[in-house]
Design a protein around this ligand. Sequence first.
Ligand code: HEC
Length: 401
Amino acid sequence: MEAYLYELVHLILRYFHVIAGIAWIGASFYFAWLDNNLETPPQWKKDKGIKGDLWAIHGGGFYEVAKYQVGPEKMPSTLHWFKWEAYTTWLTGILLFSLLYYVGADAYLLDTNKSNLDVATAIASSFASIAIGYAVYRFLCTTKLAENGRLFIAASIVLIGLYAWGLDQLFADRAVYIHVGALIGTCMAGNVYHVIMPSQRYMVAEVEAGRIPDSAPGLKAKLCSIHNNYATLPIIFIMLSNHFAFTYTHQYGWLVLVALFAIGMWVRHYFNLKHVGINKPSVLISGIAAFLVVMLAIAPWPTSTEHTEQSQVNAVSDAQAWNIIITHCASCHSDTPTSTMFAIAPLGLMLDNIEQVKQHADKIYARAVTNKDMPLGNLSQMTEEQRVTLGNWLQQMKEED
Ligand code: HEC
């Protein structure tokens, strides 16, 4: 029952996290697009203080949108704010993160091959790393660096690399990616909470008081909004990364993440340019090419020595392989899991008989032999030798087919 409750809470949090995330990133994409597509308005609109306008058609109707240079003369009776998308995404994200990586620290956060942290120290370090990371970002935003977009991006990439590398010394591979995601998500939501919202409240108060707001807070907010915009594609990748063990389990997984992060921002840059009428396919093409280069670099090319070694090893019996599966996999991957963490087999993968093992041979090879992120958290301490034996047996079966 406990495991079922855990899964249920997991489902609810993940579901709301994704829904809120779509609403937030959707709004972010929309407003970035809107801002970049504004056109010079006719004189009568300029006279009202409008700096740009735009026409659109959607859902069977025409829309006319206008952006004011600073603010309208009079406050409209209804003013829509966009903040709950960000807050809900962050709150559900932090809860989901805590459920998986703190409540489930044994399986998802700790990695005894990397460090011997106890659960409490691991959680404290994890939490502190995000808090400190956010403080560093807030500080950087107040420095001269923030005024130079390119330098700021370069510095961020270096810092993210350092952060990911540091975490990689302590935590499980998968946790490294999610920590970077949690930090970036915190910076993004923090931008809304600490900069964008206060600046908007200030502007509204000034307009209500019949004064013309100073433009500086608005510009600061705009900068944060641009940072958030560039972070969207990388953070979406991180949200999906737990489906792609070949990225985070790579020997240099942290570096793979840094590369994909930079590529994500570069591709976003293409779209931002395009919105302001600058079409530079070279940006998009080089981004895709860089992605393919990274994918080629991390591909698990079979080495020639591997093959000769394999042909020399003694045949592995079905019983030997089955023994390994029973010892290391069946507690979770079964019709009736005995693990306290899973009420049903994760991803529906059941390994209750040798036929099922054969059926999923490729996936098993990838996770238990190549990527080595199964068994989860290596809780049962599967040895290197057992991985080789299981790998040889899986290879053998392929050759028999
Ligand atoms: C403590 C529980 C646990 C144990 C033990 C465990 N796994 Fe997993 N396994 C999971 C979870 C959770 C997932 C889903 C999350 C993920 O993909 O990382 C998973 C996913 C997988 C997948 C991906 C399935 C798919 O459809 O993509 C494979 C393959 C796999 N495990 C193989 C194994 C093998 C082989 C062993 C034993 C050597 C093993 N697992 C032991 C929990 C476990």
